[in-house]
Design a protein around this ligand. Sequence first.
Ligand SMILES: NC(=O)c1ccc[n+]([C@@H]2O[C@H](COP(=O)([O-])OP(=O)(O)OC[C@H]3O[C@@H](n4cnc5c(N)ncnc54)[C@H](O)[C@@H]3O)[C@@H](O)[C@H]2O)c1
Length: 248
Amino acid sequence: MDLGLNDKVAVITGAANGIGAATAARLAAEGASVVIADIDESGAHAQATALTASGLRAAGLRVDVTDEASVAAMVERTRQTFGGVHILVNNAGFTRDMRIAKMGLDAWDSVVDVILKGAFLCTRAVLPGMTEQGWGRIINVSSRAHLGNPGQANYSAAKAGLIGFTRALSLENARFGITVNAVAPGIIDTETVRRLFHYEKIRDAAAKNTPVPRIGHPDDVADAIAFLASERASYISGDLLHISGGRY
Ligand SMILES: NC(=O)c1ccc[n+]([C@@H]2O[C@H](COP(=O)([O-])OP(=O)(O)OC[C@H]3O[C@@H](n4cnc5c(N)ncnc54)[C@H](O)[C@@H]3O)[C@@H](O)[C@H]2O)c1
């Protein structure tokens, strides 16, 4: 299936690592020019260099998605380098897990800010260009945690909020050729997950409790995002796709 991504430019936030890096690699392999945007500047450059070394079109840059000026600079740099933005993947995010009684304001604000404020700022910055060109794809990386996980009230709230954000945006923008969808991964085997002290337990539990009996791979998510970003998904908007091996 030709995804029709050859002449498209994609910005993927949080793409120095994990799901974002796999998504950037997949979109680039499909012919898109990709901007690997991350607060981890050296990681972003390393990922971009690896792709360009394989003959693909990629650029790495530093962005803090919670900072309006930094986001504006990211979009401007993308325009200068590749001419515009067709696809935005709001992927940057992290967890600060603890029970609500122990949760300080910083643990709440940092998680909600990177996930929700970050998606808001990046989306608002690319929408005028997408509207003008009459074509756009926005994919928000939510999580199966939107259902509510103990110890993750901040993260669950933010990831559920991202789904409401997706639906509102879809209603506002579909008429301009811009579709907006979200994906909700289950447990995905990224370096960040591997660093958790109970990683082996998580991986084995995923194999036991998931209908597709294994932990997810970043490519599982990247493939779904590439489809939603493609020409082939032009009649899908405001939707949420779980990538959780049937666990949802
Ligand atoms: N791994 C999983 O099991 C899983 C499951 C469901 C959802 N998700 C979501 O998928 C996304 C990627 O997860 P991952 O496991 O690949 O994580 P990851 O830690 O590998 O990658 C996240 C990236 O976001 C970047 N980042 C953090 N703060 C930023 C900021 N302010 N501005 C720009 N970049 C910033 C980090 O530097 C990092 O490179 C996250 O939104 C996460 O919540 C992950």
